[in-house]
Design a protein around this ligand. Structure first.
Ligand SMILES: *Cc1c(COP(=O)(O)O)cnc(C)c1O
Length: 354
């Protein structure tokens, strides 16, 4: 890749912006006008382009479709109080994309290519960044194999794409979840720490079974004993027990969430005790029964914080007390909102202007 990257831009002649209803945005259904596309061939990234958002043509033999060489990221840009647009911790997403790429035998992306593609795309579609409280521009970078070859080996060609979706305030209806004791999302030594497509595909069936029993999501437990908490659906799980913030320690089976990382850093800032360690389902239920479980919630980019209202364990449902207005999850969520909108001090330098 050359030092100064030229991204060829083909602006749309048919913008859909004027016809969008920003008051009724459904998550993931509305796409901004453009997408960033770059191809990996002959050992290098080439032909970086910004094109009108639209269908892609692929070989039916590509190894993303057959063998799952496909990874993605999820991140957000926010309208700023001063009128600009800023990204939340984009270099963390870039680094994680490359960690996922390595695990799936895919090429890594240089920082400049990722950041320049992202910046130019968002500048061009700046009109799509919603401005009302709680809204944002959801950004979906992803990479997939493009070789037309059905043999099992890492593809030699790949495509990296970024598209964006304006999203409204995420309504966090408190969740009903249950500990999963039969299926697993990922195992130690597997690819659970990578954001690869197959992790999601394999989680859908066990999740569907739980939904048929009236739950919204599963709390995944470890693959060998089904004793320790892994994640809550596609979010990291955090508990507040007796004033302490407790979360499963990272491992090869847990995704290193950027929201998790941010929430823990803010907990430290607030002077709270943070424990990253093994957390057993029994410990959580015992704390709940003893009246010591103050909060349970999932954390991730889409929802930020998703409170848990009910936890199913060994056939029994347990109610988590409603979050108090001064509870940790409320305070941390307000602190994150302030940083992301540019209204609060960004002491950790998490925001990057577009
Ligand atoms: C993306 C993801 C998360 C949350 O990560 P964030 O960076 O906070 O969005 C948590 N768990 C899984 C399995 C994920 O794929």
């Amino acid at each position: 890749m050359t030092e100064t990257l030229t991204i060829h831009t083909l602006p749309t002649t048919d913008s859909r912006l004027a016809t969008q209803d920003f008051d009724h945005l459904e998550f993931g259904k509305v796409f901004s006008d453009h997408m960033f596309v770059v191809d990996y061939r002959d050992g290098e990234w080439q032909d970086a382009q910004i094109l009108p958002y639209g269908d892609l043509s692929v070989s039916p033999a590509n190894s993303a479709l057959h063998y799952g060489q496909a990874i993605f990221e999820g991140m957000k840009a926010y309208h700023q109080a001063d009128g600009g647009v800023a990204l939340f911790r984009p270099l963390d997403n870039w680094a994680r994309l490359n960690a996922s790429a390595e695990r799936m035998c895919m090429p890594t992306i240089p920082e400049e290519l990722f950041m320049q593609g992202l910046r130019e795309l968002i500048k061009l579609d700046a009109g799509w960044v919603p401005t009302f409280a709680g809204s944002s521009l959801y950004i979906r970078p992803f990479m997939f194999a493009t070789d037309g070859f059905i043999g099992v080996r890492p593809s030699e060609a790949y495509r990296f794409v970024i598209f964006t979706c304006p999203v409204g305030l995420y309504y966090n209806k408190p969740l009903r979840v249950r500990f999963e004791q039969k299926y697993v999302r990922s195992a130690e030594g597997g690819a659970g720490y990578a954001k690869n497509a197959g992790n999601y595909g394999a989680a859908m069936y066990p999740t569907k079974l739980a939904q048929q029993e009236g739950y919204n999501q599963l709390i995944w437990t470890d693959a060998s004993e089904h004793r320790y908490v892994e994640e809550s659906g596609t979010m990291n799980a955090i508990f507040v027990v007796d004033g302490r913030v407790i979360t499963p320690a990272l491992s090869t089976s847990i995704l290193d969430g950027i929201t998790r990382r941010s929430v823990l850093e803010l907990a430290h800032d607030m002077g709270l005790t943070v424990e990253e360690r093994k957390v057993s389902s029994r410990e959580i239920i015992e704390a709940l029964k003893a009246g010591k479980l103050e909060e349970a919630f999932g954390v991730g980019t889409a929802a930020t914080i998703a409170p848990i209202a009910v936890i199913g364990y060994e056939g029994q449902d347990y109610e988590v007390p409603a979050t108090r207005p001064d509870g940790f999850s409320k305070r941390v969520s307000a602190a994150l909102d302030a940083i992301r909108s540019g209204e609060g001090a960004d002491v950790h330098n998490w925001m990057v202007a577009v």
